[in-house]
Design a binder for this molecule. Structure first.
Ligand code: PMP
Length: 354
């Protein structure tokens, strides 16, 4: 075998949820938001002349709007191509020691992929029986800490006191809180940003702002940590953010009313849906996100997943230890969820007669 083969970087890539092509499916598998972006985003006409030019590498229009919105300085905001890009940059920038970084055994499955890609050693302390974070597991030497709050795919929110305790016990590590789902429940760690110089908060426009297709994510931290992130970005690709994303992202930030009303609708649908699942014999973990993680008392999750797919309803199933009897179901419109519940009622009725 030629030796160049030995020099190729070998990675086991992250597997995103399916994006089915058919138009008439009910898509509850990738935590998208059913309502679409603000009308302000939809109304914006991009000047063709602008598209001819390279975008502003600093994405200042969007950075400034985000800084204003979150009451921080523009030097405290970093934007990227979805929070996946921001997190990948953050791993590359901040997790640069020989010590293992820490994240839970059940969490966003991209973390171990980035750790492997960048050859960062890592350990995954187990969540407890109730899928809650055990904060004491993070009181040991490490090269950094990262977890989502609310967690994915559980949807469970950990109170800020837990996060503060972890931050206090780790003054020598950078702690990244991935707040992809925070707008659907819980208090943001941004409220304690001023008190901890080792805290980085990462957010996305993909869920609560319903703009997954535009790929916009951001990090907020101290000017020092944001400058480090920018230095890595400019050593890799100056123009990560395309011009439409910068312009349309800035528009979205200016429509608070639409944002609040659509987030409110998703939360109300989630509460109704959890009750409906409960009546059908499911147990749902307490969700603060735009999805629920549910297990049925007698029917295996994989069977429900496959049967639903045959009927054009896509949910997410992870064939992984500890969670292989759960389904992660994104919250769609009331009509989407009503049709899913109808399918379940019928399916469970048949399955229990067999
Ligand atoms: N973090 C978590 C916990 C997620 O579930 C996701 C969605 N897959 C992301 C980050 C990335 O989202 P995006 O790149 O669309 O911002």
């Amino acid at each position: 075998m030629a030796s160049w083969r030995e020099n190729i970087r070998q990675v086991e890539p992250y597997v995103p949820g399916e994006q089915p092509k058919a138009a008439d499916v009910i898509k509850l598998n990738t935590n998208e938001n059913p309502y679409g972006p603000s009308p302000r985003v939809r109304a914006l006409n991009l000047d063709r002349n602008l598209l001819r030019l390279y975008p502003d590498p600093t994405a200042a229009t969007l950075v400034e709007k985000l800084a204003e919105y979150h009451h921080v300085k523009p030097e405290q905001v970093f934007v990227g191509v979805g929070s996946d890009d921001v997190l990948a940059m953050a791993f590359l920038t901040y997790f640069n020691s020989e010590k293992p970084i820490l994240f839970p055994d059940i969490t966003y499955s991209f973390y171990d992929v980035w750790a492997q890609l960048y050859k960062i050693p890592y350990e995954r302390p187990a969540l407890n029986h109730d899928f809650r974070l055990v904060k004491e597991d993070y009181y040991r030497e490490n090269g950094g800490i990262v977890f989502p709050n609310p967690n994915a795919p559980t949807g469970i929110y950990e109170p800020l006191e837990t996060i503060e305790e972890i931050l206090r016990r780790n003054p020598d590590s950078i702690v990244i809180i991935d707040e992809a789902y925070i707008d659907f429940g819980g208090t943001s760690a941004l409220t304690i940003l001023d008190q901890y110089e080792n805290l980085v908060v990462v957010r996305t426009f993909s869920k609560s702002r319903s703009m997954a297709g535009l790929r916009i994510g951001y990090a907020i931290s101290s000017p020092e940590l944001i400058a480090a992130l920018n230095n890595v970005k400019y050593s890799y690709n100056s123009y990560t953010m395309n011009l439409p994303s910068i312009m349309l992202g800035a528009e979205s930030i200016q429509d608070e009313e639409y944002f609040q009303s659509t987030v409110g609708k998703v939360v109300a649908t989630r509460e109704w849906f959890v009750k409906a699942l409960d009546e059908l014999g499911f147990t749902c973990l307490p969700s603060s996100a735009n999805f629920v993680f549910a297990t049925h008392s007698c029917i295996p999750a994989k069977e429900i997943f496959e049967a639903a797919k045959k009927r054009g309803i896509y949910v997410r199933y992870f064939d992984l230890p500890r969670i292989d009897h759960y389904l992660r179901i994104s919250i769609g419109t009331d009509e989407d969820m009503r049709r899913f519940v109808e399918f379940l009622r019928e399916y469970i009725g048949h399955a229990s007669q067999e």
